[in-house]
Design a protein around this ligand. Sequence first.
Ligand SMILES: [Zn+2]
Length: 356
Amino acid sequence: MVKVFVVFMALFCLGGGGLSAASETAKPVRVVLVPYRGPVYNIFFHPLIYDPRQAFEPSPKKVFMDEWFITVDEFKKTLHSLYQRGYILVRPRQFYQQDAHGHWFQKPVDLPRGKKPLILSEDDVNYYPTMRTHGVISRLWVDPLGRLAGVLDEPDGTSRVVYHAEVPQILEDFIQAHPDFSFEGARGMINETGYYGAFGYPDVGKKAFDHDANVYEAKRVAAKLKQMGWEFASHSYDHEFLWQEPDGGPFEKAERKWMAEIGPIVGPTPYYVFPFGDQWFKDKKRMDFLNSLGFKYYFSVDNHASVLRTDGDIVLGRVAVDGRSLRLRAHSLKIFLNARAILDPRRSRGIHYSWN
Ligand SMILES: [Zn+2]
């Protein structure tokens, strides 16, 4: 059966050879909904480079920044490309569910005709010291007017508040202009580790003098993101490979710390994102333990949107959108974007990663 619902879409006026500001007018548009049974696409980003000068200037971290991050301009172009190609943001649990026997299945969801569902996520929204000194904001912050802000540290030791620097801020602007890029209010998943706190507040888990203030600010950020439609995932406490943190004691102790320190900030979540896309699903003991903490949906890294059902678990493969994939894996991105058209000209030409 075909369903129809009505959405209000901001109208754009074309002028001066390009898109100009959205007009005030909103007009109802009839959208035909049809059951969708095809693949659910899945991509992820890291925090964005707001100041490419800081990221790409000669420094020991220059290659690291080039490899794993994209700039604000690249992210904006990516959103336009995704939208033009008919993607629409969805939440994992809208599509993947378990039957009474615990078997995972993909539920047919009524989507606007022609749209392709996309799960978007952002990893390591913790603003580690490696990022915050290289053109990435150092923390998210809810300003006195209740807006989601970012705080950028400048090399001269000063800081400033920025509003168009990070994935949730820019995505929000984009959805304001293109409401049909989001299905039922979906945004994406924000994936937090624990060892450096949350959202740029490193002391949420430490007995530090500013612990309470850190927890207070981090909770405000989480509440704001949730209100905007974001969901959260654990990205492990320590962000280590399987072999670096063996099963049993050390791993379980660390994960319990995530539940105790980050859990109260972001709230309960069934989503877990393996660090480095490591293949933890092959380790039954580890998976049993993570399941016992309440996680159900696992995410890895892949070159396409894979779905793996293994021993009661579901593992969704995500495609990375970063400097490495833009430069070296344009083919795995080509259903989403044209890497050559996206790549920021402010990146260096001759970059050599340690492995290709
Ligand atoms: Zn990560």
